[in-house]
Design a binder for this molecule. Sequence first.
Ligand code: PLP
Length: 361
Amino acid sequence: MFSNEDKKKDVATPRICDVVWHDGEFIAWNDARVHVMSHVLHYGSSIFEGIRCYATKQGPAIFRLKEHMQRFLNSAKIYRMDHAHKLDELCEASVELVRRSGLEQCYIRPILFRSLDEARPAFGVNPFPNPLACYIGAWDWGKYLGDEAIEKGVDVCVSTWNRLTPNSMPAMAKSGANYMNSQLIKMEALLNGFAEGIALDDRGYVSEGSGENIFTVTNDTVLTPPLSSSILAGITRDSVIQICQELGITVKERSIQRAALYVADELFFSGTAAEITPIRSVDKITVGAGGRGPITEKIQKAFFEITKGERKAPGDWLTYVNAEKGAQPGNNGSEPATNVSVRNEPAEPVMKFQTAASVPD
Ligand SMILES: Cc1ncc(COP(=O)(O)O)c(C=O)c1O
């Protein structure tokens, strides 16, 4: 068993943006609170996103902002969350949030959830009577699977927990409730001494990690499970596929058997938090040479060059936060657009940082 100290371990969170976007307004971090009887706390009724903003020579740049916000809207649609937020509004709010934070790099977390109308409270499973609330927060986040993981790789296991079935909880919606399944996978892995767990789908084929998509490399061909294996359609996964195509590496979506993980030449995870993390062993079986393989390294190098703004991306992947104010997300700041609507702006814009003392390294 892990010690209590180990159980508390999380990704390093050195700084948190002191303002949070809430339904069109910027509010102080301390005011971003919910009632304990909110629907979301009892029935898991939230959808969210995770987006990285990278430090570049031209200042902070948000990675594939539009695609993330489109997935956010899709998740809301699946769960019949009838809100008024528009793609451009959410993108512009994120850009403005990063601008106000003063952070050079950060992780952006939009969330939409079923709240509580205290004047007319509703406590049943039926979500419709409960009002929706939308927030976007941001913080500086370290390497999700550890600082050394990007170079050396991680040791993982196949989980005894299966991924959600498509007709129970749709994995393609990024809903908070899905992450109860992810937590079972993650806790089991951590308590058994692994960095991460890989779930199989309900047919026994490889699905994904608790918070990452997975790729295998065998005979110079890169494979990844299809959406029908109950995976989240990862934006990083899509980026890897496009990078492979640019690099001339054969990449295919295929159902993957558990045993294929053990005999692959290389394995790696992809995800906003995990970025591209090599896997060096599965169930204590060494993968390939037991470290980062050459193809993984090539893809990883291209990915990090793109996120640093040092290599041309296959598409409009970076939204430069300090580009001409009002620049359209995704167009690298070259075209004018409408400004973010900011109501109830605090008298003095909050530019301080919150120290997450409760989150040990
Ligand atoms: C379950 C799960 N799968 C895959 C991913 C990777 O998706 P993305 O690359 O869009 O971050 C994530 C991360 O959000 C995830 O939580």
